[in-house]
Design a protein around this ligand. Structure first.
Ligand code: NAD
Ligand code: UDP
Length: 311
């Protein structure tokens, strides 16, 4: 297969490139380095089956030759990133998804969209199932991301209905691992970075809001299964091991031996109170569930950040 990954120099995108190259496929990564980094794909520079195209996917994407799949992962992904780049976030979700769908259609390729648990907003249904329509504030600071992804899902299914494009949609819940940008503000890199530097962990609000954390290799396996499946409607992928942010902070301090404790800071606007995926659909249609425990995943992630910070 020949697979194109938009956002291929990002955290998840670069792991997808590694995964498909290891499976023997040809991979083209497209990225403009808005939030990603050349470091994430430096090890692939001389790989004979890897090609990199530096471009903004909101512009026309010109690719020579055939493609079997287009995986659309380009988008700022952390609250800090999409609040810093609100217009780029809306553009890549809207115009970028249009261009990526158009490319897939022109090549007769399968299209997979990276959507998000943020389409559920601050959910009133718990845990979140795919048939829940969500509780999103369109005009809040997070609206640029949530609505861009909701538009992207609508665009994807419009291409499926109007042009018979083979489409897949993954709703990704909080995922972590090596190559998560240390400065993107997300809770996992923030806490691990603070712990390694011996600083107090910054818990937002009272820390009673919940999340669950999926290790990146589990996510990538689920995405590959979804791509190969016949499932056209959105599928949640994430780890259902729910905990409060405060519990997570205590876990990180214990795990790293950080003695600096915790400090409380104001919470961001519209920060979801409870989030946890219902993954029964992924279990049923993909025979998928996460396998990597939080301890195993943290071990690998802390090691990666230590190298980045301490050298
Ligand atoms: P990331 O920031 O590491 O990767 C996104 C990549 O997209 C970056 O390399 C960035 O430079 C690139 N990009 C952004 N705009 C672009 C544009 N206009 N043209 C070309 N490239 C562009 O983030 P990530 O965590 O790897 O997220 C990847 C995808 O998965 C995103 O679509 C995100 O919304 C989705 N997602 C991630 C998570 C998570 O927990 N990591 C959760 C839900 C959804
Ligand atoms: N958070 C926190 N301290 C930090 C960073 C994040 O308490 O230094 C909280 C944040 O308010 C949210 C949760 O951790 O409740 C997860 O935030 P993240 O930015 O990782 O992503 P989100 O799940 O909100 O998209």
């Amino acid at each position: 297969m020949r697979i194109l990954v938009t956002g291929g120099a990002g955290f998840i995108g670069s792991h997808l490139c590694d995964y498909f190259l290891a499976r023997g496929e040809d991979v083209i990564a497209v990225d403009n380095f808005l939030t990603g980094s050349p470091d994430n794909i430096a090890h692939l520079q001389h790989h004979p089956r890897f090609k990199f195209m530096r471009q903004d996917v909101t512009d026309y994407i010109r690719v020579e030759g055939y493609l079997d799949a287009v995986l659309h992962f380009a988008s700022p992904a952390s609250p800090k990133a999409y609040i810093t780049f609100p217009i780029q976030t809306l553009k890549v979700g809207a115009l970028g998804t249009h261009k990526a769908c158009g490319l897939a259609r022109a090549k007769g390729a399968r299209f997979l969209l990276a959507s998000t648990s943020e389409v559920y907003g601050d959910p009133l249904v718990h845990p979140q199932r795919e048939d829940y329509w969500g509780n999103v504030n369109p005009i809040g600071p997070r609206g640029v991301y949530d609505e861009a992804k909701r538009f992207a899902e609508a665009m994807t299914l419009a291409y499926a209905r109007a042009h018979n494009l083979e489409t897949r949609i993954v709703r990704i819940f909080n995922t972590y691992g090596p190559r998560n940008a240390i400065d993107d503000g997300r809770v996992v890199p923030n806490f691990i970075g603070q712990a390694i530097r011996g600083e107090a962990l910054t818990v937002h609000g009272d820390g009673k809001q919940t999340r669950s954390f999926c290790y990146v290799s589990d996510l990538v396996e689920g995405i590959a299964r979804l791509l190969a499946s016949d499932e056209r409607t959105p599928v949640n992928l994430g780890n259902p091991n729910e905990m409060t942010v405060l519990q997570f902070a205590e876990k990180i301090n214990a795990f790293t031996g950080n003695k600096a404790g915790i400090i409380f800071q104001p919470r961001g606007v519209d920060d979801p109170n409870r989030r946890c995926p219902d993954i029964s659909k992924a279990k049923r249609v993909l025979n998928w569930e996460p396998r990597v425990s939080l301890d195993e995943g943290l071990e690998k992630t802390v090691e990666y950040f230590k190298k980045k910070i301490v050298g």
